[in-house]
Design a protein around this ligand. Sequence first.
Ligand code: KIV
Length: 275
Amino acid sequence: MSIQKDVKRLTAPDIRARKGGDAIVMLTSYHAHTASLVDKYCDVILVGDSLGMVMHGLETTVPVTLDMMILQGHAVMRGSERALVVVDMPFGSYEASREQAFMNAARVLKETGCGAIKLEGGARMAETIRFLVERGVPVMAHVGLTPQSINTIGSFRAQGRDEGDWGPIEQDTLAVSQAGAFSVVIEAVAEPLARKLTAAVPIPTIGIGASVACDGQVLVLEDMLGLSPRVPKFVKRYGDLGPGIEKAVADYAAEVRSRAFPGPEHVYAMKTKKP
Ligand code: KIV
């Protein structure tokens, strides 16, 4: 027996089919409550390993574990019903071998119920991407700036600033597309390169700090809401929730301290007013 839901969730093939069509809207979310807020507006919700920095105050994404990703992936699936949920594979969970990648990706799909995984790396990960896709794991790739490589690249700087440095990023993008990725995140590259990459591959490119030339865009939700203490320069803020939250907390603290905090009588009074 299968249980039919009213809302059909978007799938990796649905997103793949959007190449050159309506722009793909993607945001990160790590919790059921933010997932339920963004679900209506997003095609894809990314449970990014950025949660290590955003939720846990870590300096980089390197310490994030598979268990952390699965816990939050499950929460986001519970909070959403329409968007494709993509869960990031954290550093160390997929690079050692194709088999390691499959075992861990299978855990993510089984234990969260999400529709796809994302992993970082281009040409070097192509064989693994092919192996996963052939075995039923939809893969979103991630090229350009790959934050999990921070210890070898040294800084979170934009990539391919000089035309002479474009070659490896072009090869990476072509390699993941040919290996069967259904889409590719392109992080921190300049517009002419993003345009070239988007024209070169038959899968949607999703930019983060990579200009309007991509087929879609992704941002870290807390960055665009003004809740992150440090954000990359390219992030446009669509909200400034930090001061609003601080004011609410300050008002609450002041009421508690002055013993003006409403007791249950307040709630009962409101209830009795209702017809
Ligand atoms: O972890 C993340 O949030 C990401 C996005 C920044 C693309 O990978």
